[in-house]
Design a protein around this ligand. Structure first.
Ligand code: GLU
Length: 314
């Protein structure tokens, strides 16, 4: 099977150095394997995504030399595909409509345990509504759709983090595959799209490690084969906060507009990835140096001043 990787940014803001590092590593992994690298724009959440961020991120990637090999996919154009996947799950009774509001879920969930990225563990309130109850409740509120999480541990071997285990039903509960405004959830869309584009290797930030068991359950339920996963540790500022969360100074577009050489940025990203000492580097050299085994396994902590010095900013 030939290697296919991808970068899947959400255009909800400017790309920053942390995003660029994921893009670079995904690109290098694909190039080092002689494979293909795809771009997918994850613009499902129309209220948060902006067209100018899409243009900008494409220019950023081109500036760094991280081109893509096929026409980019836009999730906002793929609703029909997500609906078909939802219908497939519906036919097998693997999803159900859920009428709960956030506030109801927060009240119903037993407080301290199971706070996932989806919020508190879903207590299953709507899992067994009768048809009459569903009809009654849909008069006041359009439903979201939840996947019936399978009980028991999901285990997989992450290419960087090693073995990872999660009991999805216990940790997250039944999870949303379609929101109540009709939009597919990230979890469903990412699985459908990675499978549709034949992605063999998913390299992305460690913040998505705990989403992977949910995605693996969806792969199985949809009869799709899952890619390999590589979750790269995040880059943190001295305060322990993700670099991703910082505003301004480290937006790629700003560095590009200031006339900085792309090699300086690549050199810094390489240093954060165990591939260099921070001095400027070109992509050819980086492809040559790339080894997934050399990537750091723990978060990289950086200082603002180090970034400024490496980039040669005034
Ligand atoms: N769109 C997601 C993000 O920007 C990444 C999704 C993925 O790589 O699976 O955080």
């Amino acid at each position: 099977m030939s290697f296919r990787g991808r970068f899947a940014p959400s255009p909800t803001g400017r790309l920053h150095l942390g995003n660029a590092r994921s893009a670079l590593l995904g690109w290098l992994q694909a190039r080092a394997a002689g494979g293909r690298f795809l771009l997918r724009v994850e613009d499902l959440d129309r209220s948060r995504c902006r067209a100018e961020y899409v243009d900008e991120l494409m220019r950023d990637l081109e500036w760094l030399g991280l081109g893509w090999d096929e026409t980019p996919l836009f999730q906002s154009e793929r609703d029909g595909v997500y609906r078909a996947a939802l219908e497939q799950l519906e036919r097998e009774d693997l999803v159900y409509p859920c009428f709960c509001t956030r506030a109801e879920i927060a009240r119903a969930a037993s407080a301290p345990h199971g706070l996932s990225d989806e919020g508190p563990r879903y207590p299953g309130t709507c899992a067994r509504l009768s048809l009459a109850e569903r009809a009654e409740r849909s008069r006041t509120r359009p439903p979201a759709y939840r996947f019936r999480a399978l009980p028991g541990d999901v285990r997989f071997e992450d290419g960087l983090q090693g073995p990872y285990t999660q009991d999805v039903a216990a940790a997250v509960g039944d999870f949303v595959v379609r929101r109540n405004d009709g939009v597919a959830s990230y979890q469903l869309a990412v699985v459908v799209d990675d499978a549709a584009t034949g992605i063999t290797h998913v390299l992305r930030g460690e913040d998505l490690l705990s989403s992977t068991p949910r995605q693996l359950q969806l792969y199985t339920a949809l009869g799709l084969s899952a890619p390999g996963f590589f979750h790269v540790p995040l880059v943190l500022g001295e305060d322990g906060k993700r670099l991703a969360k910082r505003e301004g100074a480290f937006a790629l577009a700003e560095l590009r507009e200031r006339g900085l050489a792309a090699e300086r940025v690549l050199g810094l990203l390489a240093a954060w990835s165990g591939l260099g000492d921070g001095s400027p580097l070109g992509l050819d050299e980086l492809v040559h140096r790339f080894h997934a085994e050399r990537l750091p396994r723990t978060p990289v902590v950086t200082q603002e001043q180090t970034v400024i010095t490496a980039l040669g900013l005034p």
